[in-house]
Design a protein around this ligand. Sequence first.
Ligand SMILES: [Zn+2]
Length: 276
Amino acid sequence: MKRPDVPLTELPFVRQFIRLCANGAAMGFHERNGGNLSYWLSPEDLALLPDLNCSGPPVPLEAEVSGMGGEYFLLTASGSFMRSVPLDPEKELCLIRLEQDARSYRVVWGLSEGGRPTSELESHLLNFSSRAGMPGRACRVMYHAHPAHVIALSFLLPLDEKTITKALWTSMIECPFLFPEGVGVVPAMIPGGAQIGTLTSELIRTHDAVLWAHHGLFCCGRSFDDAFGLMETIDKAAQIYLIVEGSSLKRVNRIEDSLLYEIAEASGGALNTRLI
Ligand SMILES: [Zn+2]
């Protein structure tokens, strides 16, 4: 049943979206207008939406987002400052509906002072599409941020999945449990285009987190807490790695491979042991 009497900004998923933006800014993940966030509305969310009018003609997408025609997404606006989202959500966010052919979209709410969705729109939508078709792997939240420690790591270590993942797994013992599939790695490339979007969407099929070298991190989750928690966990592990490796004290202890294999067994085979 529709509930047109509740303002859109008071709906639970919008409140959680705004909270994540504020928390990410408080963590220092979003200098200036860095980072972006998207949420794929569930059927339960759609039932709560007030009646909304589509404004303007369909806007073409750079990539076809297969299987997502007719779906609704809440996104940060292009150029939006995460820290400003709580101050004026209707200006800083937008709700879009994909056209049935999934080659274009219409804005149905937000962008009250104009503009367009995040420049990483195609990346976000392709990621949702990538995961949607996988049983038990569908995600509702895609979160891109610029956490400093992870970015620093991408300058210090070879840019391969095994090296990066193992540095993180062996920096904090809960990491192998929280991202057992490892971290995908995208080499340095121009953001905002179809190429980085396509590459990320391929990696996100098998990883909940993808590193964009010298740029930031992309995390997905079933909930806002899942996606944000993964972002802060990976950045904290990277911070610990940098503290330990940069210390003048001699390292005397480490998380050994034998413990990782024990964790692999304890996690029921979820851990990707090819990365140990
Ligand atoms: Zn970025």
